[in-house]
Ligand binder design. Sequence first.
Ligand code: AMP
Ligand code: TRP
Length: 337
Amino acid sequence: MRIFSGIQPTGAKHLGNYSGGFRQYASTQEEGEAFFCIVDLHSITVDFDPETLRRSTLDLAAMLFATGIDPQRSTVFVQSHVPANPYGAWLLSSVASYGQLQRMTQFKEKAERREFVSAGLFTYPVLMAADVLLYNADLVPVGDDQRQHIELMRDLAQRFNARFGETLVVPEGRFPAEGARIMDLQEPQMKMSTTGGTPQGTVLLLDPPEVIRKKLKSAVTDSGREVRHDPEEKPGVSNLIEILSVATGDSFADIEARYDAQGYGPFKKDVGEAVVALLDPIRQRYDELRADEPELRRLLAIGAEKARATAQPTLESMIEKMGFVQPQGVVDTAPSP
Ligand code: AMP
Ligand code: TRP
């Protein structure tokens, strides 16, 4: 089985990214041949700073390894190192409809918040589809906010196959059973996010223990004192139950039973400690890995080579089926740039 996921090198990564992203990458890599892509080409679709992008790309590589991706077993690479990805996106844009792209919630939300809406922000899901489809991936582990993009990529694969002949594997999304959507601790109606949420309600993976404890201690709870998972009635408490479950592996029922008679104080304190216990070793590993930039670059170079070799045959087969004339009689007939 082929596994593929992508994550953007923008914004400090947070507990939601851990829960919907990193945690799932590390567990799914056991199930097959996995590719994890640092999607730097996606990061230029909103305002960005080149120097920061350079730094964040290596930050994210270190974080992927720190959260358990094994470079011996899985391929970690940078999207811009593989020209086939944006090339494939252009080809797929021929089977992507303007109307469907216009309906993407993430686009609508992001577009609403800014004055300059780049064309790239609009076509972003087509590039994401190319990311996955070029690698013939079967499984895409992501958080809940990517459901619509996964549906779109499945549509594009099917439409391409129907139009040009069987070429692309139609992938499935995988969403975690719990923690697929971690909410902001201060505003539990909003998902945890460094762009849309509150700073106090967002636990960063690199926050020091004191900061994590403080953020959880001041997390918004709901009226009453029952510790019960009921996102409609009790969004704040339900989110904390999910976080505790992600951090410890305990089921919701166990957590409810344990804290029911105790009220919110001890509950929140324990969630804080559990998150510290989860993130502290990650931060320490991160610091070690991030300090060795040549090693990170070396691993990314190996990843890029494997990724190119995997994507190229799919790209060539798309090119061939779409009727593009191949150059003949020249030394290098490879159709890629
Ligand atoms: P991004 O940093 O936007 O590239 O997202 C990386 C991964 O984190 C994706 O799989 C997202 O679905 C996931 N993710 C982002 N925010 C959350 C959240 N609040 N809860 C759960 N998963 C999330
Ligand atoms: N759009 C995804 C996000 O914001 C990131 C992404 C890009 C991705 N390409 C991908 C995720 C391919 C999975 C597969 O989280």
